[in-house]
Design a protein around this ligand. Structure first.
Ligand code: SF4
Ligand code: SF4
Length: 393
């Protein structure tokens, strides 16, 4: 297992165990099977286990497995505050203490504000006294490192990152999302500040494995290095020194062993020009299935009316590559819940964006088509309801 380090120089395995997708049996987590998988990863050198308050049963199972095998002190637990449920200072302790109890521990190694999508969420927590609360938890040793997990755009990511002295952060990042959400821009900014970055959705929830177009699968299988689609995606990440740890939601011994094998010899700079050429080919093949040829370069931004053009086009393309429901969910969480709305319907057709688009996309027309697909009426209503709930002061 290769290791990189946190802010204090402590080792973190480059492969982290994502505990969101443990196998279930009869409606609850299959603890015997999960225990074997966790212990296999531990024996292969994994020392970072990522769970959350809202992953049903996950914290309790992880706590039980670590206690049963007497390895609590030897691994790092990362878990998350459901900040979107917090509306009073008392709730901070309530959730945290419940998590300690579930995890059978009296401290958390890496504690994250869960699922931040916009800067205003951090502002709200600040008003509730989160900074003082964190200072007190760190002083008492109950929290060792503080961070946040993020799903909004790069501007808000940088805004949150610059608002506090974070120990680490967690972003969605993979070779198809290089320029979406926090993206390469966010990753680079974090690295410049010396903040370790944990990666989630390294294979887009398996989409860069199972849902690759047939032509892309063939291109990978005929590559002389013998990489699997998963190996290609993981190596692309570990090639980047700015990446500290990559989470994988492993739920079979085979997957644990395979990922640990790859993580045992993946180093920063391990990608060569042929590997990059293969990634470019795969991206090209995927883009052939796209509905709009947007590269996410953001030259069209900012729009004077605040429309998030590349985010909408990315989600529009997801309707073809993945599924409409996945695209609509992605759009709702990355754009729909921002404090300042960024919807296509705000467009006044000034045409400024089209003058800057190197792909010559007829942006104004495409925005209308994309908005209809990504935000049909029931979703519009749903987003408005959730906005009222989540963005309340
Ligand atoms: S045409 Fe619409 S989307 Fe483009 S810059 Fe003007 S207002 Fe924004
Ligand atoms: S300038 Fe064109 S290609 Fe670049 S993000 Fe905007 S729409 Fe996409």
């Amino acid at each position: 297992m290769e290791y990189r380090s946190n802010k204090n120089g402590e080792p973190i395995s480059i492969l982290g165990y994502g505990c969101m997708r443990f196998t279930t049996k009869g409606g609850s987590i299959d603890i015997e099977k999960t225990e074997k998988e966790i212990m296999a990863s531990y024996h292969n050198g994994v020392n970072y286990y990522d769970t959350a308050y809202v992953y049903t049963g996950s914290e309790a199972v992880l706590g039980e497995v670590l206690e049963r095998n007497s390895i609590r002190e030897k691994v790092n637990i990362a878990t998350k505050l459901p900040q979107y449920l917090v509306s009073s200072a008392n709730a901070l302790d309530k959730y945290f203490n419940e998590e300690l109890k579930r995890l059978r521990t009296d401290y958390i190694d890496y504690y994250l504000m869960h699922h931040m999508t916009a800067k205003n969420q951090w502002d709200k927590l600040e008003k509730l006294g989160i900074k003082e609360w964190i200072a007190q938890k760190k002083a008492s040793g109950q929290i060792r490192n503080i961070g946040f997990s993020y799903h909004g755009n790069s501007e808000d990511f940088i805004g949150i990152l610059d608002s506090y002295d974070w120990d680490f952060c967690q972003i969605q990042y993979n070779y198809m999302d290089e320029h979406s959400q926090a993206g390469l821009e966010g990753l680079t900014h974090a690295a410049q500040k010396g903040i370790p970055v944990v990666i989630m959705e390294p294979l887009r929830g398996g989409k860069l494995v199972n849902l690759l177009p047939e032509k892309a699968k063939q291109a990978i299988s005929s590559y002389y290095k013998g990489y699997s689609p998963a190996e290609l995606g993981l190596r692309w990440l570990w090639n980047q020194p700015e990446v500290t740890c990559v989470l994988s939601g492993m739920n079979s011994i085979e997957m644990v062993n395979e990922n640990c094998r790859i993580a045992s010899n993946a180093t920063a700079g391990c990608f060569d020009s042929e590997d990059f050429a293969l990634i470019d080919d795969i991206k090209k093949i995927i883009s052939e299935t796209e509905l709009v040829g947007c590269t996410g370069c953001r030259y069209c931004m900012p729009c004077p009316k605040g429309v998030d053009i590349p985010a909408l086009f990315r989600c529009y393309n997801m309707t073809a590559l993945e599924s409409k429901s996945a695209a609509r969910f992605e759009y709702a969480q990355t754009v729909g819940l921002k404090e300042t709305p960024a919807f296509a319907t705000q467009c006044i057709e000034c045409g400024k964006c089209e003058q800057h688009c190197p792909q010559n996309i007829p942006i104004r027309d495409m925005l209308k088509k994309a908005d209809k697909e990504v935000r049909p009426l029931p979703y519009k209503v749903g987003i408005n309801v959730v906005r009222k709930f989540m963005l309340r002061k």
